[in-house]
Write a protein that binds this ligand. Structure first.
Ligand code: MG
Length: 358
């Protein structure tokens, strides 16, 4: 398979409701859709999930466009691709910029699967020697709400819709008390918290109060680039720590496991530079990882569902139905939550969806 042409589509989709985390409020989903065309005229799409503000990660939409156009795409054009797993090697001269790289790599995975007449889920399964599932259990990430009543209402609505695992964004002043109320209202639900690096080690006694709430995990309580202090915190709290921001490679995850900086990993292919690295991480300890998301458009969501279809993922991913996010998506089909809290994995060739710019 040879890459003939690459086009970039920056997009900005309004969320149905603004999403509030400890680092800010997001009103729009921004991303760059990467479209590649092979010399056999096969088209593939990938989503570089780049925020306009460098709050989750240092990368931005404008910076990602520059890196893709001026550095990454020239390294790929005209290359013969034997297997998508060789792509990271082709672009390794460019350091960092994982979300930009992941978008380009995803488009190549999609085109490769379409060229061979298989779904992306089947292709990923063949790489790790597993049979993908056709539906996957999914959870939902709930932004910080204005008060406890609104939080309880959101929790009730998502549970009624069928979601089986709720993740609440937290920050100092909006954490233990609110989650305690949610736990009292819903004693048996799979519940977790995501701090997005809003705390320090000085908050250890406060965070230890979460131990009474039987949380599945607390995600990235400490600094976005820290592993060591997470290991100190994990030694002092019972709630399992899940790492997100500070694990950007299989190497980071190996180090984190070695020093017990966290027991679980939110695996976002974009954060680790693409599906090849994500598969490498998955194979280190399958049941310790679950598939996270960046509130992707339908292009990125179809890719995440294909990854989450691998049977080793046991914790429901952050991959919600279309109506959770957008009035109008940029693909030809909507993702609808099944009554058992699952989403269907697209079964068509490649991603199984078609890009339709709004
Ligand atoms: Mg997170």
């Amino acid at each position: 398979m040879q890459i003939k042409r690459v086009d970039l589509f920056p997009i900005s989709l309004p969320y149905k409701t603004p999403f509030v985390t400890s680092y800010g409020t997001m009103t729009h989903k921004t991303a760059v859709i990467v479209q590649i065309e092979t010399t056999d005229s096969v088209i593939g799409w990938g989503e570089a999930s780049l925020d306009s503000f460098p709050g989750y990660d240092a990368e931005t939409l404008i910076g990602g466009l520059h890196i893709l156009k001026d550095y990454l795409i020239p390294l790929i054009l005209g290359q013969s691709i034997i297997t998508p797993t060789q792509v990271p090697g082709l672009i390794q001269a460019v350091r960092g910029n994982h979300f930009a790289k992941a978008g380009l790599e995803a488009a190549i995975w999609d085109a490769y699967a379409r060229t061979h007449g298989v779904s992306l889920a089947q292709l990923l399964g063949s790489v790790v020697g597993e049979v993908p599932r056709q539906r996957v259990a999914v959870g939902v990430a709930v932004g910080i709400q204005p008060n406890i009543d609104a939080t309880l209402r959101a929790a009730g609505d998502y549970l009624a819709a069928g979601y089986t695992r709720l993740k609440f964004k937290i920050k100092p002043g909006a954490d233990v008390e609110i989650l305690g109320e949610v736990r009292r209202a819903f004693p048996d639900v799979m519940l977790m918290a995501d701090a997005n690096s809003a705390y320090t080690l000085d908050d250890t006694p406060h965070l230890a109060q979460l131990d009474d709430l039987n949380l599945l995990m607390i995600e990235q309580p400490l600094a976005y680039n820290d592993l060591y202090e997470h290991s100190l915190l994990q030694a002092r709290i019972q709630t399992p720590i899940c790492l997100d921001e500070s694990v950007k490679s299989a190497h980071d995850w190996q180090l984190a496991r070695h020093i017990n900086a966290g027991k679980i990993l939110n695996l976002k292919p974009g954060r680790v530079g693409g599906l090849t690295e994500a598969l490498r991480i998955y194979q280190i300890q399958r049941d310790a990882c679950w598939v996270g998301g960046m509130l992707e458009t339908g292009i990125g969501r179809a890719m995440l569902l294909a990854l989450a279809s691998l049977p080793g993922f046991v914790i429901p991913g952050d991959i919600s139905a279309t109506d959770r996010y957008f009035e109008q998506d940029i693909v030809d089909q909507r993702f609808i939550l099944n009554t058992d809290g699952t989403l269907n994995v697209p079964q068509g060739d490649g991603l199984g969806v078609v890009f339709q710019p709004v």
